[in-house]
Design a protein around this ligand. Sequence first.
Ligand code: IMO
Ligand code: MG
Length: 374
Amino acid sequence: MTNVIVIGTQWGDEGKGKIVDWLSEKADLVVRFQGGHNAGHTLVIDGNVFKLSLLPSGIVRNNTVVLIGNGVVVDPFHLIREIKQLEEKNIKISPENLIISDAAFLILPIHQLVDEIREKNYGSKKIGTTGRGIGPAYEDKIGRRGLRICDFVNKDDFESKIKKLYDFHNIWLSAMSESKQNYEDVIDKLWSLGQKIIPFTRPSWLILDEYKNESSNILFEGAQGTFLDIDHGTYPFVTSSNTVSSQAGIGSGAGPTLMNYTLGITKAYTTRVGSGPFPSEDHGENGIKLGKQGHEFGTVTGRQRRCGWFDTVLVKQAVALSSINGIAFTKLDVLDGFKQIKICVGYTLDGKTINYLPSSTLEQEKIKPIYEVM
Ligand code: IMO
Ligand code: MG
């Protein structure tokens, strides 16, 4: 039995989808354990392009079962849309090959609205989120007022929980002079989506336990990347979940001894979507060229990605943070047309050399990369 965790070692978009797809041919179970439909995993299979945001990448392969773990936040509208899109491409989806944790939290329409309004109000200080309600949904989870997929089993209970949640958010919305939201406008649609989702649900930990006992190969598919991690990333310019390898257990219901190997996905240069520090960013022609050659446009939002040189300091930090055993190095061919390339091997901060990314945003913005030119 080999259970492998795949995670991004930079700011996402390292090519995780491609590697997970390649590995999923050998996997019995592919598990998502954090994030939601902010991820964008592109797979090309026999010329067919599949763009997945929420469903684990194994779904497009026959004989692979996929599991959305308890650590994922699920937008029911999006889930049903993504299932439909795949069915239109002749992918069969049933409770036989898709299992959704009954303890996963819901992203509701109000979360997306709050995400958008907040970003608008931040102005130039915005995080540059994907606008999909990820942050507000995780906040409600931690705030102990969130709704979970298992709440779709009793309508009265569901209604009283969603009412409380909307009451909570409406206080802030009216203080911001935004229109209050009415849960009654969405409850019937949500409830009917919930009834479609319920047949797919089971406890995530129980599924892992079953597969473990059958000595199956389990593949844990990370989304985003190490420096978007809520604890270890470039806070506050991060996503609202843990993206490092330890989350694979928490977000699915298993302990660390279940995992045998952590594979880091690393791109031969660096990109970032949204705001936040990026020491090796190239604002000149080379950055533009990297973006063009590497097709660096977001899968989810279509935004142009910021581009820069390979940063070994970051990747070494990611290796430590996730106890990475090996690396899959992607998009090296994008560098083909360059006469010379730069590799960041350290930083200077106030004249001193440092070999790690400091925690403070002010320092992260101040550090200067030390390059080796090849
Ligand atoms: P994959 O799985 C790259 C970024 C957003 C933003 C920050 C917070 O395709 O690698 P959020 O909507 O999560 O609250 O946004 O995180 N972000 C990603 N960047 N790849 C991703 O996923 C991302 N998911 C979120 O751009 O800066
Ligand atoms: Mg992506």
